[in-house]
Design a protein around this ligand. Sequence first.
Ligand code: NAD
Length: 253
Amino acid sequence: MRLDGKVCLVTGGASGIGRATCELFAREGAVLAIADKNGEAAAQTADRCGALGAQAFSIEVDVGDAAGVRRMIDETVARYDRLDVLVNNAGYGIPGSVVETGEDDWNALMAVNVNGVFLACKHAIPLMAKRGGGVIVNVASVVASVGIRNRAAYCASKGAVAALTRAMALDHVDDGIRINAVAPGTIESPYFDAILSSSRDTEATRRGLRERQAMRRMGRPEEVALGIAYLASDESSFCTGTILTIDGGMTAQ
Ligand SMILES: NC(=O)c1ccc[n+]([C@@H]2O[C@H](COP(=O)([O-])OP(=O)(O)OC[C@H]3O[C@@H](n4cnc5c(N)ncnc54)[C@H](O)[C@@H]3O)[C@@H](O)[C@H]2O)c1
């Protein structure tokens, strides 16, 4: 029970890495607030966590909306009286080079992937500091440190998440708040179903995604969740400002 009694808020908890994280946290004894723009699916995750014996509720929110993020933090504290762990996982990608990316699409993606992290941390950190500490885990990506083609806005957004993680870690080390990130490689989540279903040759696309990793397979959401749980728990008590790569050797090549 690595998170016994810890109040944990997970964004993007309705699917993929976020859902796997919620379920692992539930098994580790966490008390959960599960936020997602897909309220129905977030409620399903909360039910699954409940079936695993955890106290859990869901919040429908768009983390790109400033008032929504404020409400998300307020609802969590109103329900559980405090916040011990914040996992900023909600995010998405869009295809395109800089030339091909529309300004509106760029701004919308930055609002979710970057502003969402900024705003949640902005409201969570003072609450954590007042209680003597807390933990934040952001979900960045390997594209924060290596470029991939046709994902310019996404790469920029995850670079910002990694840089913000390091900067916040230093600013709040004396508040007793540890702030780290995971950098997943290619993880087989519903995120990729959309990419695969829009590709002309699904099998070739799937093969290409697999071949990017030295391990020649895609990762599973549960394998990233284990890294998030490590960073969220006291096991990582000497880690802050760390970007934990979980990528099947993709960036070792
Ligand atoms: N799958 C990968 O290969 C991979 C690799 C590196 C990083 N990531 C990152 O991991 C995180 C989770 O991705 P995933 O692969 O599990 O994808 P996913 O699409 O399965 O899950 C993302 C979840 O975030 C939610 N979400 C999206 N925008 C939101 C918003 N504005 N407000 C609230 N919720 C929102 C979605 O509804 C969904 O439930 C993302 O930040 C993604 O960028 C994924």
